[in-house]
Design a protein around this ligand. Sequence first.
Ligand code: ATP
Ligand code: MG
Length: 287
Amino acid sequence: MNAPKLKIALQKSGRLSDESNALLKKCGISFSNGLGKLRTEAANFPLEIYFLRDDDIPEYVADGVADIGIVGENVICEDRRAVETIEKLGFGRCRLSLAVPKNFEYESIKDFEGKRIATSYPNILREYFAKNDVVTEIHTISGSVEIAPSIGLADAVCDLVSSGSTLFTNGLKEVETVLSSEAVLIARENLDVTAREILGKLLFRIRSVKSAARNKYILLNAPDAKLDEIVALLPGIKSPTVMPLAASGWSSVHSVINENDFWEVVESLKNKGAEGILVLSIDQMIQ
Ligand code: ATP
Ligand code: MG
């Protein structure tokens, strides 16, 4: 009998595909994803991979055709199927926003009262307006939502935005954020023990990749006279590693710093006399 495998659904081709594939590969899982391939098996991890349209992923996971999947939170919120969100993945960031024609003198959400709004996200939008006590006419269309106002189909749109350039090109301006979204790992309910075990191993790797991405490895030379002050700037995982250099009066300091503090810390290190600062990216960080 074949060993049990966890089945994962990924977007076949679209905005989440490259990063979904790259995440698994960074987790050390190798598989081939040639064009047109809809199903594959990982060579070195008990994983079977299905490549699907993103809108179909919640349904496949809820029905148990796949055990887990990677999809945007926007799709999960709209779809409302019973799936569990296991982990935010930090890519595919976008927002679902309301936008109006540039010349619309927008003041508040009340301006949407009685307006026709085109969207592919009717459930999320209906709930948003209900919460804000605004009555609108929601028109559900499945694509090219942003042209609806210019062809007289709607007064406004509610669509996914990342930079906002598509809205701008279509003469629209973003006025309200309805939902913020990123890619998430979802799982079906009632995974059996074996599937949970494999998922646990996968999650451990995903979390290591994510924390590695948030951190940098830093090496520098510090004058001994300033060593204490320099070490104080670098918390490291426990504390920095300090080793004497061959040149007397200098030490080599190794540490890990968070990307959020990165530039400020580097600036302070330089001011304290640190030299030869090297910054390396980290592949995996096991915590
Ligand atoms: P499919 O053919 O799989 O149905 P699609 O055209 O519906 O693909 P994509 O445009 O590839 O979907 O977007 C996939 C997901 O990427 C979105 O659901 C959303 O979570 C995320 N995303 C990130 N940035 C954007 C953006 N600017 N516009 C649309 N989606 C974005
Ligand atoms: Mg889709």
